[in-house]
Design a protein around this ligand. Structure first.
Ligand SMILES: CC(C)(COP(=O)(O)OP(=O)(O)OC[C@H]1O[C@@H](n2cnc3c(N)ncnc32)[C@H](O)[C@@H]1OP(=O)(O)O)[C@@H](O)C(=O)NCCC(=O)NCCS
Length: 200
């Protein structure tokens, strides 16, 4: 079992300014999942460029630092997007990331994604599962989301296994809007337990 802990108010827009206060924290048994900052951009770009990571993303073109900075400036202003950097508590070492985005406060739904273990020596040690479970539980428990969806390439068996272990279920009814993705992209969904839907 791991502990999810929100240490501060989530997504509170700064007064008078355009940027959003992404000051959320999630604590799991071995990781601190903290907000992405500008200081993380270099390492995140390095991680994203690894072939074993890049190939699993739909926009798998190589990103350059300028594009990344443009993305980050937009991201800072968004209330519906939270990116976490995973830091190993014992070593104070960042090893990967994960995100919740398209957070819809009205429908209480979101999408999970942008997850990867960037450091080679941290792969296959259960950290991926800890990140997915930590962020998912945070979304359901702290943001009161009713469900979280994600999209993954059907050939990405490591990721599908990780998501399945964290309670995500294959949505077999899903048909991608883009016919190019038919048969290659899988939708998985994690539904909140009844108490989080306000049911008894
Ligand atoms: C998917 C990913 C985040 C998983 O993280 P991880 O820390 O390496 O995985 P974990 O150690 O938590 O293992 C989770 C499950 O996946 C399996 N797994 C992970 N890496 C594996 C590997 N290289 N080979 C075989 N199985 C693997 C584990 O066995 C475990 O399943 P099990 O407990 O049922 O045996 C990581 O592989 C990664 O960064 N992949 C590239 C980026 C990516 O694909 N992101 C998702 C895009 S949708």
């Amino acid at each position: 079992m791991h502990l999810v802990e929100a240490l501060s108010e989530v997504l509170e827009a700064t007064r008078g300014g355009m940027s959003v206060d992404h000051s959320y924290r999630v604590l799991t048994s071995r990781l601190l999942l903290r907000p992405l900052t500008e200081h993380d951009l270099e390492i995140v770009l390095r991680w994203r460029r690894h072939e074993h990571i890049r190939k699993w993303f739909q926009d798998d073109l190589t990103i350059d630092p300028k594009q990344q900075l443009t993305w980050y400036e937009r991201y800072r202003q968004r209330e519906d997007d939270m990116m976490f950097v995973a830091v190993v508590l014992d070593e104070n070492k960042p090893i990967g990331a994960g995100s919740l985005y398209r957070i819809n406060k009205l429908s209480r739904t979101a999408e999970f994604g942008r997850v990867f273990i960037g450091e080679a020596d941290a792969q296959g040690m259960g950290y991926g599962e800890e990140i997915v479970r930590g962020i998912t539980d945070f979304g359901i428990e702290m943001l009161s989301l009713r469900w979280i969806e994600l999209f993954v390439k059907i050939t990405n068996t490591n990721a599908i296994r990780t998501y399945t272990n964290c309670g995500y279920v294959h949505d077999r009814k899903y048909r991608p809007s883009n016919s190019r993705d038919l048969g290659s992209i899988v939708r998985m969904i994690r539904t909140a337990p009844p108490r989080w839907k306000g049911e008894r």
